[in-house]
Each structure stands twice: as structure tokens, then as C-alpha cells.
Design a protein around this ligand. Structure first.
Ligand code: ADP
Ligand code: MG
Length: 574
């Protein structure tokens, strides 16, 4: 690859001044800025199109970051994450100093995909032992469609050098802030890695802030009304993190855990924190030391979804007209069939912990009481309610459940642990719940007709995945966080509550395609194919998701990728 001197970029920009926008294509190359190399990976076609993709590459030596900062995978994740955020902050500071407008459309834009509350593996920053690569977006300036070279020169020769100085040179950064960022993420990983051996499914540190600012603002709630988390003594555990430091908090044991309490007392808030405990968070998020097992999957009802050949018979059998539920397909699932399919699909991918909230569950899926059992006899009710499977799933398959249930005490009988949220503070009420269950025994009958089996593997058919649209061979795009357009079909991901970043959604779109092209036929079933794909990502990075260098992807979990595939309206299973 040829690298030009930076003066060449200047010459080229001056030459195309005042010309039509397409002439910008002439600067597509790499340039040596002494401190770093600037690569133009893609040049936008006009000022209103997606901005141009550029990349700064700087050697570890010149940037000065000690190798101890990213000496293991968790530290490297945090290090890269910090650099992305520092770069974003530097962009803001530098652009604040601008006096004039930079022209039409996206002219003058400089942007990086730095992330929100969660710390995710993303493609915006890539650190190795030799170098650091930062991929970002630039809107090449124009007035109408006429190139404004002077402003482009300002961007590439004044602003971006300043941004690099402020964010990618160790001595110009706040070393304590960087250390803390890395330590928080590393400690979170250390906590998560201890859960299993300690017999826990999740941990919530004392003094965590769980509530969020609003339903659309994921930053921590602030103000004097915020109640900091405090574990009940009987559930308190102490975990050792880096440097021998101790962190204490509530450990939720494996098994069946019930979260009860009055309305508005913080039950869902706790469950939501556990559901995002699969990701590390940035310092000051409030959930830095909330961790759940990697195989934790939030389950909800999702009527209207499509289901393709899923064995939902553990929960639903004997549908009207003898419809087979061992290989159940529908274009329009009900609350209970969708919730069943969501569980079975999660188990198929190896889920170890299920999270359910009464707020988003189908009532008939959760409970069936004595009176209803008498009125609607078992022969007429296809549903085996979750209450009759939840213990079996734990005892036979070691799949734990954490369940928010404020409305029914029936679950006291099947719970190992009962936590009551009382004015936002957890209490361990397991003993009381057991006592009440003895004093007021349930009259309802046990309803599971036969033991359940783990789902058998399913193999998707290749022709389910057609990304073409009109003349374009491949057309895949994320429309916000919860929708993907894959070829001609729209894919609704709004029920995948553990998806947190649009860049994950974008990655899912690309990974579906990659899976269908390279893994689907080589592996016997969905799970083994996706596992192989993730193994390759672990070894070679998320860059394998796309054919060219791109800085706008973040790693989703395999559960969300499989979840997306399972929801495709075009999916066909062999
Ligand atoms: P529930 O599920 O028990 O009905 P939620 O978890 O939805 O209750 O919480 C009700 C409200 O209380 C929400 O607006 C939430 O933000 C707020 N909240 C939750 N936990 C706390 C806390 N620890 N401190 C202050 N407010 C909280
Ligand atoms: Mg609730």
C-alpha cells in the first residue's frame, strides 16, 4: 500500500477546489502525517450521503501508552473503549471552536461511534501491541455540491491533528481517569468470572444505583430520592477483585428466585439491571459492579412474532385442530406461544438463566389457579404454565430463573429464594414465604403432562437468507436499535431487550449474512454454526463481519444474533 506525504493531500484538495463533489474521490488514499497515518477508506458520493470513512493509525511507540494498560482481553476492551470516548470528547472540544458553518448536508461533520453506558467490543478503535487504529466519519465540506477545499484543509490539517493530540497521546490524557476506566471494567469481569463457582447467577454490589433517569435516558437517576442498593445480610457475599480489593453486595444463588413487592417498589428496575448485567458499564453508571452470568436471557411475551418449527410442546400441546407443537410454526404468535418459543430458542443457544417480568409476560403462560383448573379442564387447556416447568428446568438442566411476580403467591412453592423489594431495598423473605406456603397450601394440581426435553437442534435453509433488493446484490441496514432491513424484509427486534446499541444491531445484520454465506452449510445446526462464527470473531475480531474497514459495529451476543435469525419472516428450517 502506497502512503503519500501529507503535502500531497494538500495539493489534491487545492486542485479540486470549486469543482463538483465527485472530484473528492481523488483524495482516496493514505497520507503520512508524521505522528500518524490518515487513511481515506471510503469517500461519500455527495454531501447528503453517509459521511466518508476515515481512519487514523498511530504506532504504540508514538502514542506512548504503556503496554500494561491492555495486557489482557478485558483491559484491552476497556482501553479501546476509553480511547473512543476520549476521541469523541476531543471532537466536541475542537468543533466548539468553529466560527462558521461548514456548508450543506453533512459538511464538516466529524463523528466517532463511541458508545453509551455499556462497554462493548466495537470496531471504532482497535489496539494491538504495535499500533492503534481509530476509525471515524467525516463529512467532506461543500456548498451545495461544490467542493469547499479551504474548509477541508482546515479539517484535515488543523482540527483532526488537534483531536489526535488530545485523545491518542498518552501524556495529554488524564492517566488516573484512564486507569479507573480500565480497572472498573476489569473488576466487573473478575466478578462475573467468579459467579459460577460461587453458586451464583448474579451479583449486585452495595451502593449501586439501579434506576435510570427515564424510560428513554439510560443514564443513572440523580437527586436525593435515589436509594442506593443495599444487600440483605443473609444474601450478602464478598468478592475479591483486582489488587485484593473486596466488593460486597447481594449474590443471587442458582435456582429459582422470585422478586416480589408492592407496585412501584423497584422490582422491574432490579430485573432490568440484572438483564444488562451481561455487559460491563462505564464508571459513574451506577451499575459498574452489577454482573450476571453470560448466558442470561431476558424472556418476554411477543405476540405477532413469527415462529419457525420450534418445539414448544413443553409449554403448549393439544392446540385446537391438532396443530403439532413439537414443530410449531406461525406467522402470528400469541402471547403464550411467543413466550414459549422465546424460552425454547434461548435454551437451544445454551441459556443458563432466564429472566421474566410479570409486566411483560402472558398471564396464562405464568399461572393457572385452582378455580381455572376446575372450570377449564386440562384437556381443554393447551398450556402447561411456567410454574409447572420452572423447577424441572433447574433440576434437570441447571437453568435458573429469576422472576418478578408481585401478583401471585403460587410461585412460593417453587422458589428457592424470595426477595422482596421494599421502598427500593431488597429483603430476603424466603422463610416467610415458605411459612405462608405451608399455612395456605395450594389447591391447584401439578400439570406437566410429561418430562420436558431440551430442544433438538434446528438447521436453517440457505434460501431463507436473501439480502438482495432490486438491482443491489446486498442491502442490509439497521433502522435504529430495534429494526433491520434485510433485503426486502423488515426484521423486528424490539423484544430483544438486551440489545443496547444501534451498532450491535448493524452488526447483527452483517452477521446474519456472514452466517448464511460461510457457516450455515458447514455446520449441522444453528447453534454450532453461530458458535463457530463467534469463535472466529474472538480470534480475528468483529472486522470479519464486513468486507471493508468500518468503525460502526459493536459486538452483539450470540443470543441476540440467533434471536434475530429466529425472528426473520423468511426463515425456513429443514
Ligand atoms: P415495580 O416493578 O416494582 O412496579 P419499578 O422498578 O418499575 O417498580 O420502579 C418504579 C419507579 O421507581 C421507577 O420510576 C424507578 O425509576 C423508580 N426507582 C426504582 N428503583 C429506585 C431507587 N433505588 N431509587 C429511586 N427510585 C427508584
Ligand atoms: Mg414492574
Amino acid at each position: 500500500m502506497k502512503i503519500y506525504r501529507k503535502e500531497e493531500l494538500k495539493t489534491r484538495l487545492e486542485k479540486i477546489s470549486g469543482r463538483g463533489y465527485k472530484a473528492y474521490k481523488q483524495i482516496q488514499a493514505s497520507y503520512d502525517f508524521n505522528l500518524y497515518t490518515l487513511h481515506f477508506d471510503h469517500i461519500q458520493g455527495d454531501p447528503f450521503a453517509s459521511p466518508s470513512r476515515v481512519c487514523v493509525e498511530i504506532s504504540r511507540e508514538k502514542s506512548g501508552f504503556p503496554s500494561s494498560l491492555d495486557s489482557n482481553p478485558s483491559r484491552r476492551l476497556a482501553f479501546e473503549d476509553f480511547l473512543g470516548r476520549a476521541f469523541a470528547r476531543a471532537i466536541q472540544e475542537v468543533l466548539k471552536g468553529r466560527r462558521r458553518s461548514f456548508g450543506s448536508g453533512k459538511s464538516g461533520l466529524i463523528e466517532i461511534d463511541a458508545g453509551g453506558q455499556e462497554v462493548l467490543k466495537r470496531t471504532a478503535v482497535l489496539a494491538t501491541d504495535e499500533k492503534i487504529e481509530v476509525r471515524f466519519f467525516v463529512g467532506l465540506p461543500a456548498s451545495g455540491r461544490t467542493i469547499l477545499s479551504r474548509l477541508a484543509l482546515q479539517m484535515f490539517f488543523e482540527e483532526i491533528p488537534k483531536i489526535v493530540q488530545k485523545s491518542l497521546i498518552y501524556k495529554n490524557l488524564d492517566a488516573d481517569e484512564l486507569d479507573q476506566h480500565i480497572e472498573v471494567v476489569e473488576d466487573w469481569h473478575i466478578i462475573q468470572s467468579q459467579l459460577d463457582e460461587r453458586g451464583l447467577v448474579a451479583f449486585v454490589a452495595n451502593n449501586s444505583i439501579l434506576p435510570r433517569r427515564s424510560g428513554v435516558d439510560p443514564r443513572p437517576l440523580i437527586g436525593k430520592n435515589v436509594v442506593l442498593f443495599k444487600s440483605p445480610k443473609s444474601l450478602e457475599v464478598e468478592l475479591v477483585v483486582s489488587g485484593g480489593k473486596l466488593i460486597s453486595g447481594m449474590g443471587i444463588p442458582k435456582g429459582v428466585t422470585l422478586i416480589v413487592g408492592g407496585g412501584f417498589h423497584g422490582k422491574s428496575t432490579l430485573l432490568d439491571a440484572l438483564s444488562l448485567g451481561i455487559y460491563p458499564h462505564i464508571p459513574s453508571d451506577g451499575r459498574e459492579y452489577v454482573a450476571s452470568l453470560p448466558g442470561t436471557v431476558k424472556i418476554r411475551a411477543e405476540d405477532g412474532r413469527r415462529i419457525e418449527k420450534v418445539d414448544i410442546s413443553p409449554f403448549i400441546s393439544n392446540l385446537p385442530f391438532g396443530k403439532d407443537t413439537r414443530s410449531f410454526s406461525t406467522d402470528n404468535a400469541s402471547g403464550s406461544t411467543s413466550q414459549s418459543a422465546n424460552i425454547i430458542e434461548a435454551l437451544e443457544m445454551g441459556a443458563k438463566v432466564l429472566l421474566l417480568d410479570e409486566d411483560t409476560s402472558a398471564t396464562n403462560f405464568m399461572i393457572r389457579d385452582q378455580r381455572m383448573q376446575r372450570l377449564v379442564v386440562k384437556d381443554k387447556e393447551p398450556i402447561t404454565p411456567f410454574i409447572d416447568r420452572v423447577r424441572e428446568m433447574y433440576e434437570r438442566f441447571e437453568v435458573s430463573t429469576i422472576l418478578v411476580m408481585g401478583g401471585s403467591g403460587d410461585y412460593f412453592d417453587v422458589a428457592d429464594t424470595v426477595i422482596q423489594m421494599d421502598e427500593y431495598l431488597p429483603k430476603n423473605v424466603t422463610e416467610q414465604a415458605r411459612k405462608i406456603a405451608n399455612e395456605l397450601p395450594l389447591q391447584r394440581k401439578w400439570e406437566a403432562p410429561e418430562p420436558m426435553n431440551l430442544p433438538s437442534p434446528r438447521k436453517p435453509l440457505k434460501n431463507s437468507f436473501n439480502p438482495s433488493r432490486g438491482k443491489k446484490e446486498v442491502k442490509i441496514s439497521a433502522k435504529g436499535l430495534k429494526q433491520i432491513v434485510f433485503g426486502k424484509t423488515a426484521l423486528d427486534l424490539s423484544a430483544l431487550e438486551q440489545l443496547v446499541d444501534t451498532s450491535q444491531t448493524r452488526a447483527i445484520g452483517e452477521l446474519i449474512y456472514l452466517y448464511s454465506q460461510r457457516y450455515l452449510e458447514r455446520y449441522p445446526d444453528l447453534q454450532s454454526g453461530i458458535d463457530a462464527l463467534y469463535k472466529d470473531i474472538e480470534e480475528r475480531g468483529l472486522d470479519i463481519a464486513v468486507p471493508c474497514r468500518r468503525g460502526d459495529l459493536a459486538l452483539p451476543r450470540k443470543f441476540e444474533l440467533a434471536g434475530a435469525i429466529n425472528r426473520m419472516r423468511t426463515l425456513k428450517i429443514k
